[in-house]
Design a binder for this molecule. Sequence first.
Ligand code: BDP
Length: 327
Amino acid sequence: MYLKFTARLIGTAAAVALLSGAATAEQWRGWNIHVDGYPNTIAMDKFAELVEEKTGGEITLQMFHGGTLGSQPDAIEQVRLGALEVGNFNLGPIGPIAPEANVVSLPFIFKDVPHMFRVLEGDAGQMIADGMAAKGLTPLAWYDAGARSFYNGTKAINTPEDVVGMKVRVMNNDLYSGMIAELGGNPSPMAFSEVYQSLKTGVVDGAENNWPSYESTGHYEVAGYYSLSQHLIIPECVCVNADSYNALSDDMKAALKEAALESAELQHQLWAERETASRETVETAGAVTNEIADKSAFQTAMTPVYEGYLEANPSLRPLVELIQATE
Ligand code: BDP
């Protein structure tokens, strides 16, 4: 009897300890759209590992890759609402929610990738980050997504005239639809997961993306002309639900930030390697790639896209000018 009672008591104490442990330890879930081996997938796994390590197990993060938890626009909403805590998001589909973040989706706003990172590290980057946090998405670090270029199944693109009449898949963002329309094409916003079939069956003629995504999705198999327009250079974030983040102690916030920055360092390195490797893979497989010697006609055609953005967001003119003035 005595023994039984003691055992029950110990059992109860252990349960109480476990319960109180569970009450303080947070279990987070994270979304990523990419496949195994993709730089972002590896870097987000690293982030999860570092979060657990640096928070002393107070926060654990389970990553769900390959878009298994939904499309990117849906996942962005989930993280905003706190149904998910973490996402590795492209700023493209965040733009319609946070106008400051939409500035990066103005075609040709960045001179090149290093310019984009210089902007993100300065005051403009802070304005973008604040704009996102105000909408429920706190960015902890920026990932590299290179430059996006056009591809299709029929011909090399050299001038805007080559895009006329072409049905081109874009990510969900009116700026991208405007961009294709200004070139004379027909924009078709669509989820990433649907693009391969749509290219294959002719639902769309073309799409646009960076080297690694063009390769990892197999789009090069069904759209073998890749033309280096490099019209969009869009950063990606390691984003956290703002309420979850703001509720943390300063130490925990710092731990998360450190984990994100370290994962970003890894991602940037893996990204550079993968860009080269992806280009080699698609060219070896027979994809035809071409440089565009003079992109000025594409740039000029974007004037109405800029005007539309500034008309809708007059207070963001200084942000656009700050980016353009950043060396
Ligand atoms: C890739 C981005 C991914 C987007 C995808 C797309 O990394 O976040 O979902 O493009 O085009 O480059 O939808």
